[in-house]
Design a protein around this ligand. Structure first.
Ligand code: C2E
Ligand code: MG
Ligand code: MG
Ligand code: MG
Length: 280
């Protein structure tokens, strides 16, 4: 009896593994093809300054284009990292961002910075820095308009390459933020040693500000960022209550569904204009 149920559990387990392996193979094939044809799409989500109520930056978020649907990064970024495909994907993202900034020059969107997510697999390559600088130059973009989001966990995984790279990037005028702050088990010593301008508090903490324990944690992060002179952004702001709570405690900026969903550039612009998030 024990044997039989053991085998059943094994079969169930191996079926689930097969399913995952199939999904993985399918995504990997799609990624290889997409890298050749540029079958990706960038969506942008604004970051709103909580005191002026204006958009100050937008985050570029990549999607993989399938026949008639978009595939979310949660389903392909890890596979892209493991296969190295994140390198050409990242290059595509950087070029689109530079092109977008060039397109916005001279319009009511020209003061928006664009932030993009950087994988440690990208910064581990020697040419990351130089190709980023070259791309900005190609499109006449000031590096100050580009913000690089690095996750806290990538600092832990590959300290040396990321930290050296960050120092060069900072010297060249790029802005650097620490993404998903609070989830990466990093030591606070990073915060003083690295040229980090901005902390983005992970949305899991923002969801908890309604509880007394959750509120204490976010208050502590806000106090820490203030003491270190870092700008602080709340990710995943979904409700007016969360917004008002953060505003009352001096959080600099917010990003989340309360303000806007990620959208293609044209929709982003229309939404920002309609909701009065751009400077008059
Ligand atoms: P992230 O950098 O932390 O980006 C924020 C994610 O939270 C986005 O998910 C965004 O759609 C989602 N989000 C924004 N506001 C809210 C909210 O109010 N509530 C909730 N529940 N979610 C919200 P998305 O676009 O699916 O991206 C997921 C992750 O994939 C990103 O997390 C980032 O780590 C990664 N990613 C996205 N684009 C790229 C890229 O171009 N390169 C790399 N390396 N990673 C990327
Ligand atoms: Mg991010
Ligand atoms: Mg994040
Ligand atoms: Mg995240």
């Amino acid at each position: 009896d024990v044997k039989r149920s053991g085998r059943g559990a094994y079969q169930f387990f191996s079926q689930a593994m097969n399913e995952r392996a199939r999904e993985r193979t399918a995504i990997e094939a799609m990624l290889r093809q997409a890298v050749k044809t540029g079958a990706f799409e960038l969506h942008y989500q604004p970051r709103i300054c909580l005191s002026s109520r204006r958009a100050v930056a937008v985050e570029a978020l990549v999607r993989l284009k399938n026949v008639n649907a978009l595939i979310a990064p949660s389903r392909f970024i890890r596979i892209a990292e493991e296969t190295g495909l994140i390198v050409p994907i990242g290059r595509w993202v950087i070029e689109q961002v530079c092109r977008q900034l060039q397109e916005w020059a001279g319009t009511d969107l020209q003061n928006l910075r664009i932030s993009l997510n950087v994988s440690p697999v990208q910064t581990r390559r020697d040419d990351f820095y130089s190709s980023l600088v070259a791309m900005a130059a190609k499109y006449g973009v000031d590096p100050a308009q580009i913000e690089l989001e690095i996750t806290e966990s990538s600092l832990v995984e590959s300290e040396l390459s990321v930290t050296t790279c960050m120092k060069h990037l900072k010297e060249a005028g790029f802005t650097i933020s620490l993404d998903d702050f609070g989830t990466g088990y990093s030591s606070f010593s990073y915060l003083n040693r690295l040229p980090i301008d901005t902390l983005k508090i992970d949305r899991s903490f923002i969801h908890e500000v309604g509880s007394s324990q959750g509120a204490l944690v976010v208050e502590a992060i806000l106090a820490l960022s203030r003491a270190l002179g870092k700008r602080v952004v709340a990710e995943g702001v979904e409700t007016l209550e969360q917004l008002e709570w953060l505003q009352a405690r001096g959080c600099n900026e917010g990003q989340g569904f309360f303000f806007a969903f990620p959208a293609i550039a044209e929709e982003l612009a229309a939404g920002l204009r309609m909701r009065g998030f751009l400077k008059a």
